[in-house]
Design a binder for this molecule. Structure first.
Ligand code: HEC
Length: 246
């Protein structure tokens, strides 16, 4: 009985951590690691819009090229803006000390961000910047309140305003929660186009967080095939061995 209670409590744990994250609801990132076109678009967005501040210290350009279906030449011509060589890691050119001076915080390396924060968090983070004149950059974020990062994609997304619902708690205090957003200034992309771009970007970061994922799934298929074949062979062997006994 005690064991069962403990097991139940453990089952409830993920729910509890969700509840303590301020109630902000995470959207599900519809990523697909097998979609090479999406990974390529994500890489393009990353080097154009993110690498000014963030690096991918543990990712090499040529490894990325191979994994997402590009040649070294294509990467050299289209994705390297820092003067790096194709065998180098994806470092940005901004000195860390300057970054700290400019932003108050050093922009973190993003190699492992998809694993530490999860893809749904990243997706929601990049979709929920909103106008907030009280903040230094005039924007705030629904899942990372008071983030030190400006809304670097606002030209693509445009600017949105939160739509609040107001709840009264038992003591009559009013609590505002963000229920949705309303586009107040359109960007160069439509909302569905922007969502797709963010999906590509998050897809790319998911790949970068664990490049072996793509290979591992393939290895997995071979392992299962091997087990099926082995089963057939052993079954036939067993029949052969026991034939004379029965
Ligand atoms: C102008 C500089 C700048 C650019 C460009 C930039 N960022 Fe950031 N980013 C920051 C800073 C500064 C932080 C740290 C924010 C903080 O801790 O308050 C940050 C933090 C983050 C985080 C961590 C959030 C967390 O919960 O810890 C993610 C994820 C992120 N950036 C993704 C991106 C992506 C994706 C892009 C490209 C679309 C991008 N950033 C472009 C400056 C930048």
């Amino acid at each position: 009985m005690k064991k069962m209670l403990i097991a139940l409590a453990l089952l409830a744990l993920p729910g509890l951590t969700m509840a303590s994250s301020g109630g902000s609801h995470l959207m599900t990132a519809p990523i697909d690691l097998h979609n090479k076109a999406s990974l390529q678009k994500g890489a393009q967005l990353f080097v154009n819009y993110c690498m000014g501040c963030h690096s991918l210290e543990h990712q090499r350009y040529n490894r990325m090229a191979r994994d997402i279906g590009l040649t070294d030449e294509q990467v050299k011509d289209n994705l390297i803006f820092t003067g790096a060589k194709v065998g180098d890691t994806m470092q940005n050119a901004m000195p860390k000390a300057d970054a700290k001076k400019w932003f108050g915080v050093t922009p973190p390396d993003l190699t492992l961000i998809a694993r530490s924060r999860g893809v749904n968090y990243l997706y929601t983070y990049l979709l929920t910047y909103y106008e907030d004149p009280s903040r230094p950059y005039g924007v705030n974020n629904a899942v990372f309140p008071n983030t030190g990062m400006p809304h670097v994609l606002w030209q693509l997304q445009g600017m949105q305003k939160p739509v609040y619902t107001v709840h009264k708690d038992a003591e009559g205090h009013e609590n505002k929660t963000i229920e949705g957003f309303e586009l107040v200034q359109p960007g160069s992309m439509s909302p569905p186009e922007y969502k797709e771009a963010i999906t590509d970007l998050v897809n790319f970061l998911a790949y970068v967080g664990e490049p072996i994922q793509l290979e591992r799934q393939q290895i997995g298929i071979w392992v299962v095939l091997f087990l099926v074949l082995a089963f057939v062979v052993f079954y036939l062997l067993k029949k052969e061995y026991w034939k004379d006994v029965h």
